[in-house]
Ligand binder design. Structure first.
Ligand SMILES: NC(=O)c1ccc[n+]([C@@H]2O[C@H](COP(=O)([O-])OP(=O)(O)OC[C@H]3O[C@@H](n4cnc5c(N)ncnc54)[C@H](O)[C@@H]3O)[C@@H](O)[C@H]2O)c1
Length: 352
């Protein structure tokens, strides 16, 4: 049985990924500190679903604690590592930067140290579309500049990419950085706007809509994200002369490839590549719920960007896959889950 280690397995993306790995026959070592940034009961319910499969080993601990990850790597020797644990959220980082420093920078450092001691075949780490800052070059390509973050959250993600590059170069561990674009779906995060929209629609409350609704987001459905991650895991960046593309490298592929010239390190966008107007997304939620949502228009929020749009040509070249789920289908699945399973968690949610 092959072993994968997933940090943040009680989180939204980590839960879906772990479930898929377990279903595919992997042994999964999950580590998560179950912090109360949002409803702990939601994280626990995700974990109890995962625990139905005995191939899961769950460890509840903070990743930044020295030696914690080191001992897990030593004991289980994972072949593939997915590093998803992080303090997420752009807005929260404006008022609470310290938790981002601890989880995203110190935590990532401890992860890299453990991988240095017990190298996996491939380490895949979560980054974010927020690293593109306010760039107005669309769609965002992995090789364009991304060194002017607008939030401390984005700064920690960009820093993680750079720390990973130095480790890939010095110690040779193949590392893929995954830049996620607004992931949504069942078991989603209560602090994200789409969950607040559904809650407001059901309660008959209004929602704050920033930049007077003049926003576009590249909403990416969770199943597409998991499929992309599973496929990417199979294409570890090779030595510089051996880029490990799924298909033979073409001129087009090599011009878009973000593979480092000196290290087995690559950055890949995971997005839908079809940005939708925020107002259109809200309308899809109104349709799925069958109730109108009152909008309170607000100016642009600090640290936010007007549009995100992923160029997914590299993902497609590497894996033969591009995200497919439409916003209508994705929102229908999200709302169906929310109505069936979510409401009980709202009572306990701090941010929802
Ligand atoms: N969801 C998105 O749209 C999105 C977009 C871009 C990037 N990301 C990144 O993807 C990853 C997963 O995001 P998510 O949406 O599943 O978030 P999430 O908050 O649901 O999951 C993160 C999990 O990590 C755990 N965690 C946080 N700090 C920890 C620590 N110090 N030690 C141990 N566990 C810790 C949390 O308890 C949580 O269960 C994160 O790195 C996030 O920054 C997500």
């Amino acid at each position: 049985m092959r072993t994968a280690l997933v940090t943040g397995h009680a989180g939204f993306i980590g839960f879906h990924l772990s479930r898929r790995l377990l279903n595919d026959g992997w042994r999964v070592i999950g580590v998560d500190d179950l912090n109360d940034y949002y409803a702990v009961s939601l994280k626990q319910q995700r974990l109890s679903l995962l625990a139905e499969n005995t191939a899961l080993t769950s460890v509840i601990a903070p990743i930044q604690q020295e030696q914690q990850l080191y001992h897990l790597f030593e004991e289980h020797r994972p072949e593939i590592v997915f590093h998803l644990a992080a303090q997420a959220g752009v807005r929260h980082s404006i008022t609470n930067p310290r938790s981002y420093f601890q989880s995203n920078l110190q935590g990532t450092f401890e992860l890299l140290e453990a991988a240095r001691a017990f190298p996996p075949q491939h380490l895949l780490m979560a980054s974010s579309s927020s690293v593109y800052g306010s760039s107005d070059r669309f769609p965002y390509g992995e090789t364009q500049r991304s060194d002017a973050p607008l939030s401390f959250y984005a700064a920690t993600k960009k820093s993680s990419e750079l720390m990973a590059h130095s480790y890939a170069h010095l110690y040779g561990t193949p590392i893929t950085m995954m830049r996620f674009f607004t992931v949504y779906g069942p078991w989603g995060r209560p602090d994200m706007a789409y969950m607040k929209f559904i809650k407001a629609a059901l309660a008959g409350d209004g929602i704050d809509v920033y930049n007077n609704g003049q926003m576009k987001r590249d909403f990416t459905f969770i199943d597409d994200v998991v499929e992309a991650m599973i496929r990417l895991a199979a294409v570890a960046p090779g030595a510089p002369a051996e880029p490990a593309l799924a298909s033979p490298p073409t001129t087009a592929a090599s011009s878009i490839d973000s593979l480092s010239p000196i290290a087995p390190h690559r950055v890949v966008n995971i997005g839908n590549s079809r940005p939708v107007e925020l107002m259109g997304f809200i309308a899809s939620i109104e349709t799925a719920i069958g109730r109108p949502i009152r909008r309170n228009f607000q100016p642009m929020a600090q640290g936010d960007v007007q549009m995100t749009w992923a160029d997914t040509a590299l993902l497609q070249h590497l894996t033969g896959f591009r995200p497919q789920v439409s916003v209508q289908d994705g929102v229908a699945a999200l709302v169906a889950w929310y109505l069936q399973d979510f409401s009980e968690h709202e009572v306990l949610s701090r941010t929802g």
